[in-house]
Design a protein around this ligand. Structure first.
Ligand SMILES: NC(=O)c1ccc[n+]([C@@H]2O[C@H](COP(=O)([O-])OP(=O)(O)OC[C@H]3O[C@@H](n4cnc5c(N)ncnc54)[C@H](OP(=O)(O)O)[C@@H]3O)[C@@H](O)[C@H]2O)c1
Length: 376
């Protein structure tokens, strides 16, 4: 049985779902000849770890208890009396996690799985790749900070997987990697990579008011607690940057054109959320409505897209042909059109759910299994 030791950073919706997938896939993985050995789990404050990371692992009952504790808002520290484990807190977490990377990276190629939403993990990840560790990311931030950090993480590209950073479980990164490695030049990528903004733009296309649609999306739980986190476009920009860098572009977030769907004077630092939802949003209706009508008169529809071609890497509202994969998009699906020499007139289209803990964690799990060849 091939054993892949892994350490999970981040135990929110995606991290917990990953632990549940790992436990529920035990017999499937056994048939594949693989065992995922979870040696540690940490969140922003604490680490729970097997006492001897060479020989022991966190038992499945403990992993499920981790999920239960984190779902109820309890600290990982509360698990110190449950099962066989050690716990560490605050500054000791980074030291201990890095030590484990040093110990297991050299001998077995430990997999570091980043399901946090933090920029702080990049420091640890940069260090443990030097120890020979593999890195699997759902977190976009390590790949969208400085070029220096990016170069460090991708230097050993066989040891890095990050499918879930763009389009959750959709095979976006794998498809692009296959196209790139076959020497087929990609000259244009355009996609709707935010389920929230996809939903908003298609509802607006149906004649509803922007403000009503955003409020409805918030009530349905499609948006972040503050919808400006979606409307600002930063999450889409990070996905665009990951794709652009994969295509060889040496760019930073700061050099990208990012259209925010609200003006600076309605930003979270200036306007309280309640006021934005009640008084700010309706002021944006007219502008969006005019743009929608103009697009329609051109036979087009509006989508909030990421667009990467030879000269551009930008995110914002664009007119797209109504009769294209992007134009036909309904609801919260993600759609990506890839144009290359082989996919010249008709693009390669990838479409499906691009968010959700289940599909995102499934993408992370598939990435972990994909690196098994690197383990003894
Ligand atoms: N959910 C989706 O549909 C989806 C889709 C694609 C990609 N993603 C990405 O997947 C990641 C996880 O998403 P999520 O929805 O699970 O987020 P989440 O619920 O906010 O959970 C984030 C977790 O990361 C932990 N964390 C924060 N800083 C940390 C640090 N320095 N070291 C270790 N852990 C740290 C948090 O700890 P505390 O519990 O202590 O706060 C929390 O457990 C994000 O990067 C997100 O962008 C999510």
């Amino acid at each position: 049985m091939k054993k892949i030791p892994l350490l999970l950073m981040g135990c929110g919706g995606v991290g917990r779902q990953l632990l549940q997938h790992i436990v529920s896939c035990r017999s499937l993985h056994a048939k594949l000849g693989v065992r995922l050995r979870v040696v540690g789990v940490c969140d922003s404050k604490s680490l729970v770890v097997a006492p001897d990371v060479f020989t022991a692992e966190l038992e499945d009952s403990l992993l499920l208890e981790v999920c239960k504790a984190k779902s109820s808002g309890a600290s990982l520290d509360t698990l110190r009396n449950f099962g066989v484990c050690e716990t560490f807190s605050s500054t000791d977490v980074i030291r201990k996690v890095t030590d484990i990377g040093g110990l297991l990276g050299r001998s077995t190629g430990l997999a570091f799985v980043d399901c946090s939403a933090s920029s702080e993990t990049v420091g640890v990840l940069s260090r443990v790749v030097d120890f020979g560790c593999c890195v699997v990311l759902a977190n976009k931030k390590p790949l969208t900070s400085s070029m220096e950090d990016y170069d460090k993480l991708v230097a050993q590209h066989r040891r890095l997987r990050h499918e879930s950073t763009v389009g959750a479980g959709l095979p976006v990164i794998a498809s692009l990697n296959r196209i790139i490695s076959s020497g087929d030049p990609v000259y244009r990528v355009i996609g709707s990579l935010s389920g929230t903004l996809g939903y908003v733009m298609t509802e607006v296309e149906d004649g509803k008011l922007f403000s009503q649609v955003v409020n409805a999306a918030k009530s349905l739980g499609y948006t972040e607690p503050d919808p400006r986190d979606d409307l600002g476009g930063m999450d889409v920009a990070r996905k665009a940057l990951i794709l652009a860098r994969l295509l060889g572009r040496r760019l930073n977030l700061e050099s990208m054109k990012i259209e925010s769907l609200y003006p600076a004077h309605m930003g979270p630092d200036v306007m309280p959320l309640d006021e934005f939802l009640k008084n700010g949003l309706p002021l944006l209706d007219k502008g969006i409505q005019e743009r929608t009508e103009k697009a329609s008169s051109n036979g087009n529809v509006l989508r909030y897209v990421c667009l990467i071609d030879d000269s551009r890497c930008e995110v914002g509202i664009q007119e797209v042909p109504k009769n294209s994969a992007l134009g036909r998009l309904r609801g919260s699906d993600n759609v990506l059109e890839i144009y290359s020499r082989c996919y010249k007139e008709q693009p390669l289209v990838i479409q499906g759910a691009g968010a959700g803990n289940d599909t995102t964690a499934a993408g992370v799990l598939a990435d972990i299994l994909d690196i098994q060849d690197l383990f003894p």
